[in-house]
Design a binder for this molecule. Structure first.
Ligand code: NAP
Length: 291
């Protein structure tokens, strides 16, 4: 039976460590760190993610602000919001929750965010420094996964890590972090990969970030594999109060018996992504306050 990589518990531990730091700073008369979330439109999943982030701020004692816009906000208007946040000295970090409506270029918005306040770690400047010793703010989800592996003392050095998915926010930066600072041998798979199973079967550590429930089944992994399931897809489920269940990319029932460690969905990577945001905001705050 696999050990569950309990992201929820680890995130709580991180929150309590950061909460203590915040208490210390506030006791010295300093203002608390301030995280702002910008939310455009009415996407249900985005609202849930943002509310989880705001809740975590409250737990650790950060100030948090939510700026909401209808999905008809223009690209220029949103760019001027970004400009304002960049220059607001009372804001340490902010996120623009994705996805954005089709008429707004994610690239343009991301490019405009001041890297110092980019607590999601999406800007080109922060992305470009991922494998450098003096990196600043790492992409939140891959950073959370590395933290989770470290807290369970799972070594990546010399391991064969297979990452399925090559998005800008998860798969690619994950591969760079594992191959760079993680000293692993990395294979990155994607939609054009021929015979996916041939690759996943070789993984000592398998990270799946696709968004296709059940993509990875038990016959696609080897005995003892460490499995990190990033996928979070809402599938209709009449037995749930909300009418849907969250499903990962990994078929837990057939993969778990062969794995040594595995993340659950929900309760694995999701809470670690929020924990990374909290850590990144503390990094940005310390820089801003010269601490
Ligand atoms: P994305 O931008 O849609 O990227 C998906 C990646 O999967 C792409 O690189 C795509 O390949 C690849 N892919 C698609 N179908 C495939 C297949 N059949 N076999 C192999 N690769 C395939 O998604 P994302 O933003 O990375 O998110 C992925 C999943 O993680 C989603 O379910 C999302 O909700 C979840 N997520 C969770 C968290 C969290 O905190 N828990 C954070 C971020 C994302 P191509 O590039 O070649 O098209």
């Amino acid at each position: 039976m696999a050990t569950i990589l309990d992201g929820k518990k680890v995130a709580r531990d991180i929150e309590s460590e950061i909460g203590e730091e915040v208490t210390g700073f506030v006791a010295k008369g300093l203002r608390p760190p301030h995280l702002v979330a910008v939310l455009v439109g009415e996407d249900g999943a985005s609202k849930t993610y943002v509310s989880g982030k705001m809740k975590a701020c409250e737990v650790v004692g950060y100030k948090s602000s939510l700026i909401k816009f209808d999905d008809n906000i223009s690209e220029n208007e949103l760019l001027s919001v970004v400009d304002r946040l960049n220059t607001d000295e009372g804001v340490d970090g902010y996120i623009v929750q994705l996805p954005l409506p089709d008429h707004i270029s994610v690239e343009k918005i991301t490019d405009r965010i001041d890297p110092i306040k980019d607590v999601d770690g999406f800007t080109p400047a922060n992305y470009g420094k991922i494998d450098m010793e003096h990196h600043s703010l790492l992409p939140a989800t891959p950073m959370g996964i590395i933290e989770l592996l470290e807290r369970y003392k799972i070594e990546t050095k010399g391991k064969h890590c297979v990452v399925v998915g090559k998005s800008h926010i998860v798969g690619m930066p994950m591969g760079i972090l594992l191959a760079g600072p993680g000293d692993a041998t990395v294979t990155i798979c994607h939609i054009h990969t021929k015979n996916l199973a041939e690759h996943t079967q070789k993984a000592d550590i398998l990270v799946v970030a696709v968004g296709k429930p059940g993509l990875i089944s038990g016959d696609m992994v080897k005995e003892g594999v460490v499995v990190v399931d990033v996928g979070t897809t809402r599938v209709p489920d009449a037995s749930k109060k909300k009418g849907f269940a969250l499903k990962g990319d990994v078929d837990f029932a057939t993969v778990e018996p062969k794995a040594s460690y595995i993340t659950p969905v929900p309760g694995g990577v999701g809470p670690m992504t929020i924990a990374s945001l909290i850590i990144n905001t503390m990094i940005a705050y310390k820089k801003a306050m010269c601490l």
